[in-house]
Design a protein around this ligand. Structure first.
Ligand SMILES: Cc1cc2nc3c(=O)[nH]c(=O)nc-3n(C[C@H](O)[C@H](O)[C@H](O)COP(=O)(O)OP(=O)(O)OC[C@H]3O[C@@H](n4cnc5c(N)ncnc54)[C@H](O)[C@@H]3O)c2cc1C
Length: 492
């Protein structure tokens, strides 16, 4: 699926990242006659696009009632219009490039289990209706849960994200674009009027424009401080009772909330259940979130067996709207970004692809000021920026003070990992099933916070800006572009 190396490393546009955002952008650019190279650190959909639940929503995770309150009715109407546009773009790609990705239109439902939740849900319903999406109260929801109040709204959907991005990747290559895997971009610079991107392997690419479709911007850049990383947990279940598989996309009002839909693979149906979201590296024990989902499914459904579970990461912007457009502060509008999609990146990533392509080709695009990364307003809220960065500072200081000191690595159980003080040295240490130790320097290479062990994904995650590393300290996700240093300790 990935391209072989192009003879010429020049293109009109370099797109960094081969998730839904990067691939949609590359395809839109190629359709408009621009040449394009996609540079991907690992492989297509290695990032969150490969771990998404792929609901397609015009009703977003941030309720329209909140968006209206924060931004006013006109901007909220624009937000809705942009989500409808994104739905159209997805349909356009599916039809034009004959992508078989199980694209399904359906309605959505939200339900409340308590009086407090009902009050909140009534407000959400009012916001949806005020904007003009068809929405009504219903007495039943499509899954077997107890509820005291529920609503149903039109214009939602879902698809198979892997099939969709593979279809786009094929179309990109058919149109003469390149998608290069194992190409971690470590540096973007300027020379002789060109943008240069240098990969970890030392390959140098040259273009007129560069797009950071990396979910969060690599390196220490202003935008890293305007989005916050969150993790969400997903499971696929086979149910004993066929009638319990929902036809709609469904959400509860719990805190943290849960979401549900049916996934079909071949002839087999599965219940996809997700939720338990929390800020990255802020959970004591990530595994507890899978147990919470297990408990939910056991309580409400007739499970036959759990087939698979995983977690993945998304980025919330400080004002709940994504950042799509020119990178603030960079000269001459030749570096562009798309980030801060929250839990609606299928829609916003698709929208971003078309907005960014228009910006490059014509110099303007629809929704440019609404989603401008340089916007200033109630939502680029200075207050929230301070709160978020106080959290970063807290981790920077407190995590260093609370490191456990141990005298021998025998104290660490097999399969366990932790940041510890050992023989006067601060180390992140992992002990595998055979007792072999892998030790890393736990200082994140991005902004210097201490990483924390994630016991579900077996990764070292940074609580400050969401960089993630594998057991050996290699970068899994940015914004860090440099691996953690290894420490020599051996087997104990
Ligand atoms: C559990 C979960 C469920 C979700 N469910 C939904 C949903 O139902 N509906 C919805 O709309 N959204 C959902 N989202 C959000 C959505 O999945 C994401 O917003 C979306 O996938 C982001 O796509 P992307 O292409 O911007 O980023 P990614 O898919 O993360 O792609 C970024 C790519 O950039 C690459 N990269 C990073 N740095 C570099 C570098 N320096 N050099 C080269 N390559 C680099 C990465 O390897 C990665 O492949 C969910 C998110 C999570 C975590």
């Amino acid at each position: 699926m990935l391209s072989s190396f192009p003879a010429d490393k020049d293109a009109d546009v370099l797109v960094i990242g081969a998730g839904i955002t990067g691939l949609t952008t590359a395809l839109a650019l190629l359709e408009k006659g621009k040449s394009c190279i996609v540079l991907e650190a690992r492989s297509i959909a290695f990032g969150t696009t490969g771990g998404t639940s792929a609901h397609l929503n015009t009703v977003l995770d941030t309720p329209y009632s909140d968006i209206i309150k924060q931004h006013g009715i006109e901007k909220a109407q624009e937000v809705l219009r942009s989500t409808r546009k994104a739905m159209e773009w997805i349909r356009h790609n599916v039809e034009k490039f004959a992508i078989d990705c199980d694209l399904t239109d359906c309605s959505g439902q939200m339900y409340a289990g308590t009086a407090d939740e009902k009050k909140q849900l009534e407000k959400i319903k009012d916001g949806i209706i005020e904007l003009g999406i068809s929405c009504r109260e219903v007495s039943d929801v499509d899954i077997p849960v107890k509820q005291i109040y529920a609503i149903e709204f039109a214009e939602q959907g879902h698809f198979n994200p892997a099939k969709y991005v593979v279809g786009m990747a094929e179309a990109i290559q058919a149109l003469g674009g390149y998608i290069l895997g194992e190409s971690l971009v470590q540096k973007v610079s300027r020379k002789d009027g060109n943008i240069l991107a240098e990969t970890q392997a030392g390959d140098l690419f040259r273009a007129d424009h560069v797009i950071y479709a990396t979910h969060t911007t690599p390196g220490i850049q202003l935008m890293n401080f305007r989005v916050a990383p969150y993790r969400s947990y997903l499971q696929l279940w086979q149910l004993a009772n066929e009638s319990e598989y929902p036809e709609k996309v469904i959400y509860d009002m719990e805190e943290p909330f849960h979401y549900f839909r049916t996934v079909i693979q071949g002839r087999q149906r599965f219940l996809l259940v997700g939720g338990q979201d929390h800020k990255t590296a802020h959970a004591q024990n990530e595994q507890a979130n899978f147990l919470a989902l297990d408990g939910f499914v056991q309580k409400h459904f007739s499970p036959f067996k759990k087939v698979y579970e995983w977690s993945s990461q998304y980025y919330e912007s400080l004002d709940a709207l994504p950042f799509i457009g020119y990178y603030p502060g960079k000269p001459d509008h030749r570096e562009l970004i798309a980030t801060g999609f929250g839990g609606n990146g299928m829609i916003f990533g698709s929208l971003a692809g078309h907005m960014l392509a228009d910006l490059i080709v014509t110099g303007n695009c629809e929704f440019e000021s609404l989603y401008s990364p340089g916007r200033f307003g109630p939502l680029s809220s200075f207050k929230d920026l301070i709160v978020e960065n106080v959290d970063v500072l807290k981790h920077f200081v407190q995590d260093r003070l609370s490191i456990t000191k141990i005298d021998g690595l025998a104290e660490l159980a097999r399969g366990e990992a932790a940041v510890l003080k050992y023989e006067g040295q601060r180390i992140g240490v992992y002990k595998d099933g055979d007792g072999a130790i892998t030790a890393i320097d736990p200082v994140c290479k991005h902004a210097g916070c201490l990483v924390k062990w994630n016991n579900t994904e077996e990764s070292w995650d940074c609580p400050c800006h969401g960089a993630r590393y594998n057991i050996d300290g290699e970068v899994l996700t940015g914004p860090s572009m440099i691996s953690l240093s290894k420490c020599e300790i051996g087997k104990r």
